[in-house]
Design a protein around this ligand. Structure first.
Ligand code: ADA
Length: 571
């Protein structure tokens, strides 16, 4: 489903989803494809992942997609591609207009239609791995990299004077003051009316002078009496911003997130974050999720009393974030990365690509109140001094792009990490009782980490950002050995009770993981069925024994799942 916000009520909008012409071109070199000679011998659903269709399952290569759009009146247009995985080129009427080298973040293509004409749209989509061409997508990451036009494709006509970007930042949650930042384009107009309203109530109306070309406006609005956004009560408010004849409607959740001592606070109240790492993958649709599929995941997560999701290990889709906004699920949103080593973290090309990716992630997701923190570099080589500059660069990029949210990274080297001082929140991935040690060693192993963090980076919140055990769905074992559902329950029970039964040892926990996922071809060894089986539900979201066990524990030790969800039908 097309993300509903930001909404442009005055712009002609066309959903380009549907069944496109399709042809799998196999191992063709991207630069040697003649569009005119493609044999469009199949069809493919958009949004969707072609490699979830059996005849293309497991295939890596170039997939060509084609559709036409007719009856476009002359003017300027923008196509928004919400998720193409993971490399693609966009051709309009045979001309190459864009190349996207990283999936997981939306991108746009602007073009002008000179006269009444049909639009011929071709995408070449590549799900292969190529460290040089596609530096951010490593073949060794522990998830299956699906290919396809996995997100929505939306065509919008662009008014000459328009709002190109709208940012709504909570300035002061107690005084209900919100900063409105407007990036605009203006070709001919040098003055225009600006009006900001909330549900018909005019908050600001004035005539503004405009720079020719592009410019920036900033105002502060007062949302007196409006409810705050919190996990328990996720109030959202629709803000309409009109500039000249353009209008953008965006939602704002008035809230402030702080890393304050060893606690994370939302609107000044400490919050205990209990939840999961969630991969945005389903065996039937890959990275493409219907609203019903998103609703099922969020409903299951909330049913266990969780209030927190770490979007492992890439930026979350807009529609998922909209649902988390409405249901009060707090989200850790992170750039795409998985165990980058010193080779990559000292490579200028990788650093430039990751920096641009993080800026894009923030640009598309910063208006979602559910995003309470940004993360970088899952299990990167933060224990190597030579990689510190990369962490400084990436965390600095996030800080500059959005100073309103705390920053973190998940470290699997807590005892010799060299970058802990750069993060606002300390996050640790550790698997005692699974990859190392036995169940009875878990308390001592975790205590050792907590004591070390307290010694070297005192006074910061700590999140157990990954911990868990594998359990193959349906494997019940009176011996309760590893890979049984019983063992997974015992490990998670041991971990959660240690963290919270006596006192709070960490203010956040993200179990690895919510659902089982197919892993990459490189990782299949050591992964039964070539899946990462550490979900509390399997890949079809069938609950394991751990589902009810975690529900009991989160209910006992949690702040309570986001009880209220947005009840406002208009929102
Ligand atoms: C790491 C990694 C996860 C997953 C996990 C596991 O912590 O961050 O993506 O691979 O290990 O299941 O081993």
């Amino acid at each position: 489903m097309i993300p509903r916000y930001p909404h442009y009520p005055r712009r002609r909008t066309l959903d380009l989803g549907g069944f496109w012409a399709f042809c799998h071109l196999g191992d063709a070199p991207p630069n040697e494809i003649d569009l005119d000679k493609i044999d469009w011998n199949d069809r493919m659903a958009v949004p969707g992942c072609f490699d979830t269709i059996h005849r293309y399952a497991g295939k890596r290569g170039i997939a060509a997609y084609h559709r036409q759009v007719s009856d476009l009146v002359p003017g300027d247009y923008r196509i928004i591609f919400y998720h193409v995985s993971h490399w693609c080129r966009v051709f309009i009427n045979g001309s190459l207009l864009a190349e996207q080298t990283c999936g997981f973040t939306p991108f746009t293509v602007d073009f002008t239609v000179a006269e009444e004409e049909s639009l011929d749209l071709v995408l070449l989509v590549d799900n292969r791995f190529d460290a040089d061409r596609i530096p951010l997508h490593p073949s060794y990451a522990d998830w299956y990299h699906h290919g396809g036009i996995a997100g929505d494709v939306v065509l919008r006509q662009l008014p000459e004077t328009r709002i190109d970007e709208l940012v709504l930042d909570t300035m002061d949650y107690q005084k209900r003051r919100v900063k409105v930042k407007i990036s605009y384009a203006a070709v001919k107009m040098d003055r225009a009316p600006l009006k900001i309203s909330c549900r018909g109530e005019t908050l600001l109306a004035e005539d503004v002078s405009l720079e020719k070309g592009t410019g920036f406006l900033e105002r502060v609005i007062q949302l007196t009496g409006k409810d705050l956004w919190s996990p328990e009560s996720p109030a959202l408010h629709k803000i309409s911003v009109c500039l000249a004849d353009d209008e953008v409607v965006e939602r704002v959740g008035i809230r402030q997130v702080d890393a304050d001592g060893k606690r994370i606070k939302i609107n000044g109240q400490p919050v205990r974050l209990l939840g999961y790492n969630r991969h945005h993958i389903h065996p039937e649709s890959g990275y493409a999720f219907s609203d019903a599929a998103l609703m099922r995941d969020v409903s299951l997560i909330r049913q266990t009393g969780a209030n927190f999701v770490r979007g492992s290990h890439y930026p979350q889709c807009q529609r998922f974030l909209e649902l988390c906004d409405e249901t009060g699920l707090c989200v850790w949103n992170e750039g795409v990365a998985w165990q980058q080593d010193d080779t990559q973290l000292t490579d200028e090309k990788y650093i430039a690509a990751q920096k641009a990716h993080l800026e894009t992630m923030v640009r598309w997701s910063r208006n979602h109140p559910c995003v309470i923190m940004w993360g970088v570099l899952n299990e990167g080589a933060s224990h190597l001094e030579v990689c510190r500059r990369a962490y400084e660069t990436f965390l600095g990029t996030l800080r500059a792009a959005d100073p309103s949210r705390p920053l973190t990274y998940a470290s699997n080297h807590p005892m010799d990490d060299k970058c802990l001082d750069l993060a606002d929140i300390l996050s640790v991935n550790t698997y005692p009782g699974w990859y190392s040690a036995v169940l009875s060693d878990i308390p001592a192993a975790l205590q050792k980490i907590i004591d070390h963090l307290t010694a070297v980076a005192p006074g910061k919140p700590v999140i157990m950002s990954e911990i868990g055990a594998g359990a193959v769905y349906g494997v019940r074992d009176p011996y309760e050995q590893k890979w049984s559902e019983e063992y997974q329950v015992r490990l998670l029970d041991t971990v959660i009770r240690w963290l919270y039964a006596d006192d709070e040892k960490a203010c956040g926990l993200a179990i690895w993981q919510f659902c089982d996922i197919r892993t990459s071809e490189d990782k299949a060894i050591g992964r039964p069925r070539a899946f990462n089986n550490k979900g509390i539900v399997d890949e079809y979201r069938r609950p394991k024994l751990a589902f009810d066990a975690v529900k009991r524990l989160f209910t006992q030790y949690g702040d309570g799942c986001p009880a209220a969800s947005q009840s406002d039908p208009e929102i």
